[in-house]
Design a protein around this ligand. Sequence first.
Ligand code: OGA
Ligand code: MN
Length: 202
Amino acid sequence: MINPVFERMAEQLLSTSFAMEDGVLEPEILDSLAKEALLEYKNGDFKEAHIGKGVAKQRVSEVRGDKVLWLSKHDSSPSLAVYWEYIDSFRTFLSDYFRVHLERTELHYAVYPIGAFYAPHLDQFRDHGNRVFSIILYLNKHWKTGDGGELRIYKGDSCRDISPIHGRMVCFRSDQVLHEVLVANQLRISLTGWMRRDAFTL
Ligand code: OGA
Ligand code: MN
């Protein structure tokens, strides 16, 4: 049976290279994903995020201030296992819909501490065209106007701001959609992934 969320997102991707849906996954799953991320963040398990090769380390904080925790499918909590299954079936769906090979998804939690942002960029600067779709699930239960941290999507001369509210999922073409994260005025949590063409290598 086809998931109507996948179908709607694929149609949006086809027409604008960007898709958004609210209320994905069960509320209990969203809550435990957010709780687990926060616990691991407080344990100090998150690392400073990196940017493309060749950029001096001291400049990284001028570009992005989030901290990340990379995730493995084979070492997941029950709620993360649900999410892996969800994005794997979405990947299969998108692969069929766009007739593109999507070998796997890489996934990390991201936390933006207060004051953090991510300057405008495309998601393909780190490699060579292997990232096809970026997919982000937001996990901020009490997000309100003024908390900042919007995802700003550029389209020509105009832009659109998207609040990182609990249960909202966005998906976009990694090579085409210029975007940034505006300054977060509250701790901002997300699960961010990329569907890739290539296999994992060490
Ligand atoms: C990224 C990114 C956007 C967001 O991690 O590359 O652009 O809304 N994230 O978290
Ligand atoms: Mn990005």
